[in-house]
Design a binder for this molecule. Structure first.
Ligand code: NAP
Length: 440
C-alpha cells in the first residue's frame, strides 16, 4: 500500500524552515489528492531562515514573502518545531524510522574561510558572521565589531552580500533606525568612524556576481559616493559584455566612473584586486590587507576586513557532502546513498540564488519524492509515531518551540519596536527567545 491518502497520510519531515523548507511544504500541500502530514524541524526558536537572518535589514520588501510562509504554516497538516537541531537533538536515522520521507532544507550559512595568512586576526570577519550579527542571529549577537580603528573597511567579494555589507557600513544610522537591524549592531554603527568601504573583486568588472538593481541602489544612497576607477573598466566597454545583464552592470559602473566625489562617505568598487594576506597590527588585530593588482602588490590600510566570498553548508551527521562547499551530494534532489531523503535550497545548490529561486528548487525535490511515491519506492511500512519521537526529544531536555511560541516572539518583537519607533526589535538571545515563546 502507498501512503498519501486519508487512511494513511504521507508523513514528511522537513529539516530547516527557511524559504526552501517552506516552499517544499507548500508544494506538498498543493499536490492534488495527496494527504500529507508535515513536521518541520528548525534549529532556531524562530522560523524563516535567511529571510530573517540573511536579508539585509534595509531591504524589508524582500521579507514580505514570509506572509506566504505564514499561510503554509497555518495549514492544519503542518506542525513546526523550533529549537531542535537534527544531527544533535535527533538523528536522521530517527527521522527515517518515523517519517515516510525526509526533505533536507537546512541551507548553507556557515562561513567560507579565504585560506589566507592573517585570516583569523581580530577584525577579519566572515560575511556569515557579520550578516548574522546585524540580523540578531542568536549565535552571532554576542560578537563585538570595532568600527573605531580606522576610517576604512574592506569587503572582499563581488556578490550581492558584499554590496549588502558595504551599504550597511555606510548608511546613515538614522535610516538604519527605521529597519529591524539588531539593536547592538545599530549602536555599534552609530559610533562608527568608517567613512570609506572598499569592495574588492578579484577578477574584472565583467565577472562581478552582484546584480544590477543592487549595484544601482548604491548610487541612490544619501550622502554616499560610489567610486569606480575608469582605468579598471577600460578593458570592457558595456557593448562588449557577454549578455544583457552584464551590459547593464557595466553601464552602471561606467556611469559611476564619471561621477565626482561630493560626500565624505564612499563605497569604492575595485576590480582585479586579489587578496594575498591580512596584515597584523602587531597586537593581533587587522591593520590592512595585502593585495595583488595589475600594477603590482599593494597594501590597503583598514581596520576591518569582511570576507563576502560565499558560504558553506554545515555537515549533517550521516549525510554525504562535497568538500569544499558542503553542498550535499545528490542526484536530481535524491541524496546520494540514502533512500527516502531529498534535498533542496542552498544545501542542494550551494549558496546561490535569490529567495524566489528556492521555489523552483523545492518543487524539484517534491517532484522527486512524488515520483518515488508513485513508483512504489516509499511504502506504507509501519513506522515509529511522530508524537512518540517528539516526546523522546523533549525527554532528552530539548525545549521544543511550537508555532504559537514563535507567534509570541513575533508579537513581542513588534511591540518592542513600536515603543522605539522601529518596525521590530529582534530578540537576539536564545534564552530570551525561549522565555517569550513559553509565554510565561
Ligand atoms: P556570490 O554571488 O557567489 O559572490 C561571491 C563573490 O566572492 C564572487 O565575486 C567571488 O569571485 C568572490 N570570491 C570567492 N572566493 C574568493 C576568494 N577566495 N577571494 C576573493 N574573492 C572571492 O555569493 P554571495 O554574495 O555570498 O551571495 C550568495 C547568493 O545570495 C547569491 O546568489 C546572491 O545573488 C544571493 N543574494 C541575493 C541578494 C539580493 O537579492 N539582494 C542579497 C544577498 C545575497 P569569483 O567570481 O572570482 O569567484
Amino acid at each position: 500500500m502507498t501512503p498519501g491518502n486519508s487512511q494513511r497520510p504521507l508523513r514528511v519531515a522537513i529539516v530547516g524552515s527557511g524559504p526552501a523548507g517552506f516552499y517544499a511544504a507548500g508544494h506538498l500541500q498543493k499536490t492534488r489528492g495527496l494527504h500529507a502530514e508535515i513536521d518541520v524541524y528548525e534549529r532556531l526558536p524562530t522560523p524563516w531562515g535567511l529571510l530573517r537572518a540573511g536579508v539585509a535589514p534595509d531591504h524589508p520588501d524582500k521579507k514580505g514573502v514570509s506572509r506566504v510562509f505564514e499561510l503554509i504554516a497555518a495549514h492544519p497538516g503542518l506542525r513546526w518545531f523550533g529549537n531542535v537541531e537534527v544531527g544533535r537533538d535527533v538523528s536522521l536515522d530517527a527521522l527515517l524510522g518515523t517519517y515516510d520521507a525526509v526533505i533536507l532544507a537546512h541551507g548553507a550559512a556557515a562561513p567560507r574561510p579565504p585560506g589566507l595568512p592573517g585570516e583569523t586576526l581580530d577584525g577579519s570577519v566572515s560575511a556569515a558572521d557579520f550578516v548574522s550579527w546585524y540580523n540578531a542571529h542568536p549565535d552571532a549577537a554576542h560578537r563585538q565589531h570595532d568600527f573605531s580603528r580606522s576610517e576604512r573597511a574592506v569587503v572582499v567579494g563581488n556578490g550581492n552580500v558584499a554590496l549588502d555589507i558595504a551599504r550597511l557600513l555606510t548608511l546613515d544610522p538614522a535610516r538604519l533606525h527605521e529597519t529591524d537591524i539588531a539593536a547592538g549592531a545599530l549602536d555599534a554603527l552609530r559610533s562608527s568612524r568608517i567613512r570609506e568601504v572598499l569592495v574588492l573583486g578579484r577578477r574584472g568588472a565583467e565577472h562581478a556576481a552582484f546584480h544590477n538593481p543592487e549595484l544601482a541602489e548604491l548610487g541612490h544612497l544619501p550622502a554616499v559616493d560610489v567610486v569606480v576607477d575608469t582605468a579598471e573598466l577600460a578593458r570592457v566597454p558595456p557593448e562588449a559584455a557577454a549578455d544583457w545583464a552584464r551590459r547593464r552592470k557595466l553601464a552602471t559602473l561606467h556611469d559611476y566612473a564619471q561621477r565626482l566625489r561630493r560626500h565624505p562617505r564612499a563605497i569604492a568598487l575595485r576590480f582585479g584586486w586579489q587578496p594575498l594576506a591580512v596584515i597584523d597590527d602587531g597586537h593581533g588585530h587587522v591593520a590592512g590587507l595585502q593585495v595583488a593588482t595589475q600594477a603590482g602588490e599593494q597594501r590597503i590600510n583598514a581596520g576591518l576586513v569582511v570576507w563576502a566570498i560565499g558560504f558553506e553548508a554545515r555537515p549533517l551527521a550521516g549525510v554525504p557532502n562535497e568538500r569544499p562547499g558542503g553542498r550535499l551530494r545528490h542526484v536530481s534532489q535524491r541524496v546520494a546513498g540514502l533512500d527516502r531523503v531529498y534535498v533542496t535550497g542552498w544545501a542542494a545548490r550551494g549558496p546561490q540564488g535569490v529567495i524566489g529561486s528556492n521555489k523552483h528548487c523545492a518543487q524539484l525535490a517534491v517532484d522527486a519524492l512524488l515520483a518515488d511515491l508513485a513508483g512504489g519506492c516509499i511504502d506504507a511500512a509501519p513506522r515509529h509515531s511522530p508524537n512518540a519521537l517528539l516526546e523522546e526529544i523533549s525527554q532528552r531536555g530539548v525545549e521544543l518551540v511550537r508555532y504559537r511560541g514563535w507567534q509570541r516572539i513575533d508579537e513581542q518583537e513588534r511591540d518592542f519596536g513600536v515603543a522605539s519607533g522601529r518596525p521590530r526589535i529582534k530578540l537576539d538571545n536564545r534564552e530570551a527567545l525561549l522565555e517569550v515563546a513559553r509565554g510565561a
